[in-house]
Design a protein around this ligand. Structure first.
Ligand SMILES: [Zn+2]
Length: 394
């Protein structure tokens, strides 16, 4: 995933004419250019610029105006932008400082940290409470959501990510206080309401099924997740079924060959995902073959038998069927189509939040998680036209 980052520039000859006196309460609109003074700066190209000193004709106080890309700070927006760029591209704070020193534009590790955090704070939107404000396209019919965890002082913190599942754009990145269904439901409710979502796209965690139901949303469960979990389940159980290790198949009159065939059939159905009565009838048929298998409780034992596991698993796939195949039937009221995956969420988490490429990971404070995640997600949302760093660098 190649990020497209635009570096702020410094224009030493471009000044904004003052429009209103910067001192609060004055409101003066007329000024006298008193003198031009040299200002040394840290920058990748320039060593100094010229600052203009104005007198306010109303209150008599003086103030400075700097050329574009420079402010009262010693460091230009271009150098801060370069530090933020290196950080977004995967260097640690210390590594950014090292590279800048090598390039002849030294910036301390602390200054790099401050620049990155400040840029993250200035990222607009990407907060659950701001989702409705940052929308330009109106309704987002398909809302994709996922959870991840990041480390903060060694502790796991839950981060909730929501996306426009069809367009792939990230809508929000927030800390969630828990991964409990109640917390997830309130979060999804807030974002879904704000964007006018009609369908929820998620992985196959049971909690998201409940969340979709509670919020009156259709549910698309990620087809890739379901296929992977089905494959893993079948691979694990098939050798045991082949020899009916606990005799539970024999007890309900099913041959190992039949059980293996049922596993393969489940796998085929999940792989093909053909909506319609045939597949559902088949799932029902498989489930009913194991309906007599007693539960561990009925057997007074801890472990589920092979036959009982097949009974539960076939029921679970049958229950999932509707949301697994929704994407084949569903079309949003605005014409949105789904691909049946939750890839947009996974991409955002994998590339922009988990940051598997960065040498130093882990956070020391909660706001830093949000600043950094939102900063990189913000850049990731603008692959096509480029993320203009000048807009988030003070
Ligand atoms: Zn004034």
């Amino acid at each position: 995933m190649r990020l497209n980052l635009l570096l702020p520039s410094v224009e030493p000859d471009v000044y904004q004419e003052p429009k209103v006196c910067p001192y609060s309460g004055c409101g003066g609109k007329h000024f006298h250019l008193r003198q031009e003074v040299r200002k040394p700066i840290r920058d990748t190209v320039l060593h100094e610029v010229v600052a203009r000193r104005y007198d306010c004709l109303r209150c008599g106080r003086t103030f400075r105006v700097y050329p574009e890309g420079v402010n009262e700070d010693q460091t230009s927006a271009r150098l801060k932008g370069l530090a933020v760029m290196f950080y977004i591209l995967g260097l640690s704070y210390g590594a950014v400082a090292l590279v800048l020193l090598a390039l002849g534009s030294a910036l301390s590790k602390t200054a790099v940290y401050d620049a990155v955090q400040a840029a993250g704070e200035r990222v607009a939107g990407l907060r659950r409470e701001d989702v409705h404000l940052s929308l330009v396209q109106g309704v987002i019919a398909a809302l994709g959501v996922d959870l991840t965890t990041v480390k903060c002082k060694g502790k796991a913190v839950s981060v909730g990510v929501s996306v426009d599942a069809a367009a792939g754009t990230v809508l929000s990145v927030d800390i969630l206080h828990s991964a409990e269904t109640e917390t997830l439901s309130a979060w999804v409710h807030e974002v879904a309401q704000a964007v006018g979502a009609e369908v929820l796209v998620s992985d196959d965690a049971d909690s998201f099924k409940t969340v979709a139901d509670e919020n009156g949303l259709e549910h698309q469960v990620c087809k890739a997740h379901v296929l992977r979990s089905t494959q893993a389940w079948v691979e694990e159980i098939q050798p045991k079924l082949a020899s009916d290790t606990d005799g539970s198949l024999q007890a309900i009159g099913v041959t190992p060959a039949q059980a293996l065939a049922d596993c393969n059939e489940l796998l085929r159905l999940i792989r093909e995902r053909q909506p319609g009565p045939q597949a559902e009838a088949k799932l029902q048929e498989i489930h009913l073959r194991y309906i007599q298998a007693p539960s561990p409780r009925e057997l007074h034992q801890d472990q589920a038998t092979l036959a009982y596991r097949l009974r539960l698993f076939s029921l679970d796939r049958w229950n999932l069927w509707h949301s697994l195949t929704l994407y084949r039937r569903w079309r949003g009221s605005d014409g949105t189509l789904l691909d049946g995956t939750n890839n947009a969420c996974e991409r955002a988490i994998g590339w922009w939040i988990k940051e598997r490429y960065r040498s130093m990971r882990g956070y020391k404070r909660i706001p830093s998680i949000l600043n950094v995640s939102r900063l990189i997600v913000w850049a990731g949302n603008q692959l096509r036209n480029g993320a203009d760093l000048a807009s988030i660098i003070a």
